[in-house]
Design a protein around this ligand. Structure first.
Ligand code: SF4
Length: 245
């Protein structure tokens, strides 16, 4: 059962806890960023071992200012870090793109590579950390360092928009990027957090291989989250509600 705590749109607008739009929407991505020495050096080493891999900060995918922004953790070694596109080549992308297509957010249900022509529709995917971390574990300092890019990205979210955080790290990074104190906004799968200006933050367990193989996250659970997102965007008038096929 989805634990929605949404308020009527008018009420949400009056109780906004978000800052006024003051963040620039530029600087959402720097392909040459090496602000995190540990990650930059790790990427150099991975590039030496896998010369054909992308091995740079992975840029967000999809239009800036889309109704829905999905925030993941970080690129995977042989997935996004190799292809240069979020969740492309990652096992986690299987359920994600299939679901995005079912709800009208993607032009195709599967990806074959960064040149496969797949387009995101009113949807954008980014990561809390844009460089591949060793063992898939970024340090808190690296999450903080990369947060300026996420902040610039989320500043473009329209009123009535939605953020989907895949996992606790993404949830915390999204709140930090929006200058929202985490107290009262704890991560919980299927939670919805109204943030103001009609924007809501939705939580889901990450659609990783581990979580789907262990059935911590099932297709039905993931679709329930997208049902709530579709309802939110439809109620806010940000987007016509779309249902899974
Ligand atoms: S993780 Fe982010 S801040 Fe750190 S080097 Fe990569 S792009 Fe720069």
């Amino acid at each position: 059962m989805f634990r929605s705590i949404q308020m009527p749109l008018a009420a949400r607008k009056k109780t906004s806890i978000l800052p006024e739009r003051s963040l620039p929407v530029s600087a959402v991505y720097d392909p040459g960023c090496r602000r995190c020495p540990r990650l930059a050096n790790f990427l150099d080493a991975v590039k030496a071992e896998h010369p054909t891999y992308f091995c740079r900060p992975v840029p967000p995918f999809g239009p800036l200012g889309a109704a829905l922004t999905i925030v993941g953790l970080a690129p995977g070694l042989h997935g996004a870090n190799a292809s240069g596109r979020p969740f492309t080549g990652d096992y986690a992308g299987v359920l994600l793109f299939e679901t995005l297509h079912a709800y009208g957010f993607a032009s195709a249900p599967t990806t074959t590579g960064p040149d496969d022509g797949l387009a995101l529709i009113d949807c954008r995917i980014t990561n809390a950390v844009k460089c591949l971390p060793p063992d898939n574990k970024p340090l808190p300092s690296e999450i903080r360092e990369c947060n300026a890019y996420l902040a610039a990205d989320l500043a473009a979210l329209p009123d009535g928009g939605a953020i989907l955080a895949l996992g606790r790290v993404a949830h915390d990074a999204a709140l930090r990027a929006l200058h929202v104190k985490p107290a009262g906004f704890r991560f919980a799968h299927a939670a919805a957090h109204p943030l103001g200006r009609g924007i809501a933050l939705f939580d889901s367990y990450h659609c990783s291989r581990y979580n789907t193989n262990t059935r911590r996250l099932t297709t039905a659970m993931f679709r329930a989250v997208f049902d709530a997102i579709a309802d939110h965007l439809g109620a806010a008038g940000t987007r016509n509600a779309a249902r899974a096929a």
